[in-house]
Design a protein. Structure first.
Length: 212
């Protein structure tokens, strides 16, 4: 990741992040390219066909079939490529591995509750093992919330009356910040949680220490 990408994106700490970043940066660079290209064309046209004397007459051009095909087909191909690139990543991110550890996430004003496979629970602190897939099964007890982890490139709405899911594999030890990205009332900005990515030993010890 070069300095420009580091400026735009937070540090990646999960397996999904590299695919998301690749597509995001491709769109950014493509946008910059076409901005410069179209600006150059406009500048060239303004100089090439400017009115040089009062006798100049603007030619009456109705259409150009070849140019119309070019500026229709090329953008279509680019958009279709972006679609399939993004769809492939979406499908991959939607299906958790069979061996993923399942954790139930309950959102409520204004806390996150995490329930582990053995039934223990924590508030606003989620301990997960390093380099192992984790599946979150999420629901809300009141209004719509949104589970957002910038460093994992993950965001999913948490909705009352239904379950939503996401999964990740954390690739770096440390602490990652969780935000609620859906306005949910006066305590919305305080609805924060931490994901603590631990080694196997740290995972067993840390989870017990933060049981509420």
């Amino acid at each position: 990741m070069n300095w420009f990408e580091r400026f735009l994106l937070p540090h990646a700490a999960a397996t999904h992040a590299s695919e998301v970043d690749g597509l995001f940066m491709f769109i950014i660079y493509l946008t910059i390219f076409f901005f410069l290209f179209n600006s150059a064309l406009a500048f060239y046209a303004a100089r090439r066909w400017r009115r040089r004397s009062p006798d100049d007459v603007t030619p009456h051009v109705t259409h150009n079939t070849r140019m119309e095909l070019i500026w229709s087909i090329i953008p279509l191909l680019v958009v279709m490529m972006i679609f399939f690139w993004g769809f492939k990543g979406y499908i991959k991110a939607s299906v958790a591995p069979n061996d993923a550890m399942e954790i139930v996430v309950t959102a409520k004003k204004w806390v996150w509750q995490f329930e582990y496979p053995d039934g223990t629970r924590t508030l606003n602190e989620l301990h997960v093992p390093l380099n192992k897939p984790v599946k979150l099964v999420m629901h809300s007890e009141d209004v719509i919330h949104s589970f957002f982890v910038p460093s994992f490139r993950l965001k999913r709405d948490v909705i009352p009356g239904r379950y939503t899911q996401l999964w990740f594999t954390a690739t770096e030890p440390g602490v990652q910040q969780v935000f609620c990205a859906e306005y949910c009332g006066k305590g919305h900005s305080d609805m924060l949680a931490r994901i603590l990515v631990d080694t196997d030993e740290q995972y067993r010890i840390g989870r017990k220490q933060c049981i509420k």
